[in-house]
Design a binder for this molecule. Structure first.
Ligand SMILES: C[S@@+](CC[C@H](N)C(=O)[O-])C[C@H]1O[C@@H](n2cnc3c(N)ncnc32)[C@H](O)[C@@H]1O
Length: 260
């Protein structure tokens, strides 16, 4: 039996009648989703989400954003983050990654916001993402990062992205990283959290909860050289039903550290 395509009826690539249409057609084919054009009067009746290049970035649009804007992999440092490279290794995330850690694998890259923070702190980073949609958005973000002035000035390469289920990818890593970082999707505590960012809510809408997170945790414990760090909401039970060796608290969230 074939599994239904995860984006069936939900996602299309949208060509807005400017620029070369070829990359749009190629992306639609790669993701096996329809290609729509704004010329067709009822294009927005079909899907809830659209992918389109706007202002030089690949963007994810819902109906609210169709006129203008879009969600994209943001390569700019977060508010309050120092703009030098490497940025200081401080804050709860750096503490959880560990003072002696050099190599990190982010096995749940998503919108890449944690990955890019980890990269900007100077860790050697490998990214893994299983959703082809998120992987397309990430590939576009990493390409923009490669072209950023500061990256070119410092002759830095953006982190590598592997597309696939991390449970399999981790088992095949040629070298054990110092740390494997996990941020799977947990079920929300309330139906709609006013605090959840729109981009994260959309991710949940499109991909659903990560039901196999315990298996991912087990695979990460096997594949790590030294530690696994799990980001979770402050109300969630630790992953894998194991007591963490340490926990560092951020705003409404926790980084649990599991030593090998
Ligand atoms: C909550 S989001 C991560 C957000 C990310 N930390 C950020 O800063 O944007 C979870 C992501 O992990 C991915 N994911 C979950 N389980 C995975 C697995 N076993 N292998 C690869 N990717 C996975 C999901 O597809 C989703 O994009």
């Amino acid at each position: 039996m074939t599994t239904p395509h995860p984006y069936t009826g939900k996602l299309a690539v949208l060509y807005e009648n400017h620029g070369d249409p070829l990359p749009f057609a190629q992306l639609a084919e790669q993701l096996a989703v329809p290609l729509r054009t704004t010329e067709a009067a009822d294009f927005s009746q079909h899907e809830a989400f659209f992918l389109s290049w706007r202002d030089g970035c690949l963007k994810l649009l819902d109906h609210e954003l169709l006129k203008k804007g879009g969600m994209t992999v943001d390569i700019e440092p977060r508010q309050g983050e120092q703009r030098s490279w490497p940025a200081p290794k401080d804050g709860a995330l750096a503490k959880a990654l560990g003072r002696k850690t050099k190599t990190v694998v982010d096995a749940t890259t998503g919108w890449g916001q944690d990955s890019l923070h980890i990269f900007r702190m100077g860790y050697e980073l490998l990214c893994i993402e299983r959703s082809p949609l998120m992987a397309a958005l990430l590939a576009d973000g990493l390409q923009r990062l490669a072209q950023a002035d500061w990256m070119q000035r410092l002759q830095l390469q953006p982190p590598r992205l592997l597309v696939g289920n991390a449970i399999d990818v981790l088992a095949a890593l040629p070298e054990l990283p110092d740390c494997i970082y996990l941020d799977p999707m947990f079920p929300p505590k309330r139906k709609k959290s006013a605090l959840a960012k729109k981009s994260m809510m959309v991710l949940r809408d499109l991909l659903g909860d990560d039901e196999d997170k315990d298996a991912l945790f087990a695979a990460a414990m096997q594949a790590t050289g030294k530690r696994v760090v799990v980001k979770c909401p402050d109300y969630a039970e630790p992953l894998g039903g194991v007591k963490p060796n340490d926990s560092f608290h951020g705003k409404l969230l926790r980084y649990d550290v599991f030593l090998k």
